[in-house]
Ligand binder design. Structure first.
Ligand code: PDD
Length: 279
């Protein structure tokens, strides 16, 4: 049996139904999170729940549970589904109401759905590295919100995937922002650079873990936007996300890094990240 969370209840997946006039379905009017489970334990759950409530607040969606209540329910769901290495996906929309652009009446409650999925860690990709394509960032100016509206991200990812790449690295003019579903980092002379957490990127939880392990291990981590030219001149490039962890990028367009092998700083960060996962 596969159980899902639907508006406060744990129900069988086959029983979980959302109306066709759900605003997430019609407008992408909602928010989401993806939380990693390692060895049956949720990883950085508090940080994900904090970001969820922040996203909700930014788009004026009311979550009818306390963070603690909601967290407990999600953990119960993961235990019930016996997830070992996997994810919890959850989304909250502005609810069901007759289609109209402005918000529905306050009594319309959001639709909250969560499910779990087994997902192995991408170990061979993390050893070998992946390739990426530079794509113009045409998304809106509130990329800090983890919105269900992902068309800009999807079009970029598809453009990269169609040419066999794992990720699209997005740029606004000369400035690199982030990946289509990840944050992007460069290493130059052993210093790590990544875009500051402004409205132009999603402030990734994996990014925060990397920042923390850098601070604890005297690795210089600078939140400063870098250009395409700096990307091309970097010693190493990597991306990070809940599902990709610390993922080496060995080639961007035609530029190959480190003779096509994972670089030493990226490798070190992978092992520091793994220690966080296991602690
Ligand atoms: N994506 N930037 C974007 C645009 C993202 O979609 C993601 C995550 C990140 C990294 O955030 P985090 O480290 O908190 O996962 C950055 C998730 C995994 C997804 O959409 O599936």
């Amino acid at each position: 049996m596969n159980t899902v969370f639907l508006n406060g209840q744990l129900v069988d997946r086959g029983e979980a139904k959302v109306d066709i006039e759900d605003r997430g379905y019609q407008f992408g009017d909602g928010i989401y999170e993806v939380i990693r489970i390692y060895n049956g334990e949720p990883f950085t759950m508090k940080e994900h729940m904090d970001r969820l409530y922040e996203s909700a607040n930014k788009i004026q969606i009311d979550i009818p549970f306390s963070k603690q209540e909601f967290t407990e329910k999600l953990i119960e769901l993961a235990i019930l589904n016996k997830v070992n290495d996997g994810i919890i996906y959850l989304q909250i929309t502005r609810g069901t109401s007759a289609r109209q652009h402005h918000f529905p009446a306050p009594e319309v409650k959001g639709n909250i759905v969560a499910y779990t999925k087994e997902m192995a860690r991408p170990v061979s990709k993390m050893d070998e590295g992946v390739t990426a394509k530079l794509v113009e960032d045409v998304r809106w100016l509130r990329c800090d919100i983890k919105s269900l509206n992902l068309l800009g991200n999807l079009l970029a990812k598809q453009e990269a995937a169609a040419e066999g790449h794992f990720e699209a690295i997005l740029h606004r003019g000369e400035t690199v922002t982030e990946g289509s579903s990840s944050n992007v980092f460069i290493v130059k002379d052993k210093v790590i650079y990544t875009h500051p957490p402004t409205n132009l990127i999603l402030n990734g939880i994996t990014r925060k873990v990397i920042q923390k392990v850098c601070q604890e291990n005297n690795i210089t981590f600078i939140e400063e936007a870098f250009s395409i030219a700096q990307l091309q001149a970097a010693d190493e490039v990597f991306m990070a996300s809940t599902t990709s962890e610390v993922m080496p990028i060995i080639k961007v367009d035609d530029k190959v890094y480190g003779e096509g092998k994972i670089g030493p700083v990226t490798k070190k960060l992978q092992s520091l990240f793994q220690m966080q996962m296991e602690s």
